[in-house]
Design a protein around this ligand. Structure first.
Ligand code: ZN
Ligand code: ZN
Ligand code: ZN
Length: 369
């Protein structure tokens, strides 16, 4: 698996004229070799030559953490008094164009630029972005496992098994987090709980606000799956709304339009469809109900080892969806100081049509507890 990924990376490097790829912290590295660098001032960096070896430069005492894959990469451990930037620069020696990991700290890039004055630089996303966006069958299986885990939590929420009325948003958020971990995730990436008027802020931070009867509660949560050592985790991301009591007609109507917009957009997410036109399908449907002005963000984002990655479903991205793309479809409406709603599923575009990984009900559940 990692060997094939490295082959694909080298092919893309050759096509882009990139002589060396240099990856540190961030999701590219675990995706490519199954090792996640510690986010420390001590440099860990994989140097991949387009026409040569791949070498992981790593603090010597962290070498035991690495699951070794000698057929994919070799390891150079550096001692406390050595200069790891000089070692990485030496491995990339002569590169005219180098691609540096998008999440690599600028202090390392600045030092590398000093060591390699004749090298031009681009972001590694130009190489890895489209490769990571095209999921392998194993990756879709892990995304499905992640989605099924949060689906069970959403279903519990809709069934009233997670009490809401009288609790703070933060308390409910903490419970969602515990459930995410119990559902096979190693990390909680976020657990947004937004009640009533707070649901009009798409990225509301769950706080001390106490949830009352008779309001919408928007929950958007996800994490990264726990995997065997040396295998990267994959992300989940779901949004469902419930109402603590019977919703007023105005909200129920707006929600019904949103539900229709979301399912139309999922159906439109076919291979070959430009990413931006899927966004437009949802936006046009919301316009029919005068809600498009309150749809404040893009329709969706790719998902994989990273919670947000290529492809982005947004006006301006005319790239057609490809088989194996995995992305969120998450239209919403956000009416300031009043209320808001969002419905989010993870969807894979396949040759057999769009495949929604999340199957928890899209209906507006009424919970009384
Ligand atoms: Zn978001
Ligand atoms: Zn989300
Ligand atoms: Zn999302």
């Amino acid at each position: 698996m990692f060997e094939q990924r490295l082959d694909r990376v080298r092919t893309a490097m050759a096509a882009g004229g990139v002589d060396a790829l240099m990856l540190s912290v961030g999701p590219d590295l675990p995706w490519l070799i199954g090792y996640e660098a510690m986010a420390l001032e001590r440099l860990t960096m994989l140097v991949v030559r387009a026409d040569g070896p791949a070498t992981l430069v790593i603090p010597r005492f962290e070498v035991p953490r690495v699951v070794e894959r000698p057929e994919v990469f070799s390891i150079v451990g550096w001692g406390e008094t050595e200069d790891p930037v000089a070692i990485a620069a030496g491995l990339a020696d002569g590169a005219r164009l180098a691609a540096i990991g998008d999440h690599t700290w600028s202090r390392f890039l600045v030092s590398l630029q000093h060591e390699m004055p004749d090298t031009a630089w681009i972001g590694a996303g130009a190489i890895t972005g489209s490769l990571r966006a095209t999921k392998e069958p194993h990756e879709i299986e892990r995304l499905q496992a992640a989605a099924s885990g949060v689906d069970r939590i959403a279903t519990a929420l809709q069934g009233g098994e997670i009490p809401l009325i009288g609790r703070t948003e933060a308390d409910v958020s903490a419970e969602l987090g515990r459930r995410i971990l119990a559902e096979g995730h190693a990390v909680v990436n976020f657990a947004i709980v937004a009640a009533g008027e707070n649901a009009s802020s798409p990225h509301h931070h769950a706080g001390d606000r106490v949830i009352k009867a008779g309001e919408v509660v928007l929950c958007d949560f996800g994490g990264t799956t726990r995997e065997p050592e040396g295998q990267p985790g994959y992300c989940s991301d779901i949004t469902r709304c419930v109402y603590t009591g019977e919703p007023p007609a105005a909200f129920a109507e707006a929600y019904a339009a949103l539900q229709d917009a979301q399912s139309r957009a999922v159906a439109a997410a076919r291979v070959g469809e430009p990413a931006e036109s899927v966004d437009k399908v949802a936006r046009d449907r919301l316009a029919e109900s005068d809600l498009d002005q309150w749809f404040l963000h893009r329709l969706g984002h790719g998902i994989g080892v990273e919670a947000h990655e290529d492809p982005y479903l947004v006006s301006g991205n005319s790239a057609p969806l490809e088989p194996g793309n995995a992305f969120s479809i998450e239209p919403g409406f956000y009416i300031a100081d009043r209320w808001g709603a969002r419905i989010e599923d993870i969807v894979v575009s396949t040759d057999d049509g769009p495949l929604a990984l999340n199957t928890a009900s899209h209906d507006l559940a009424v919970v009384e507890a």
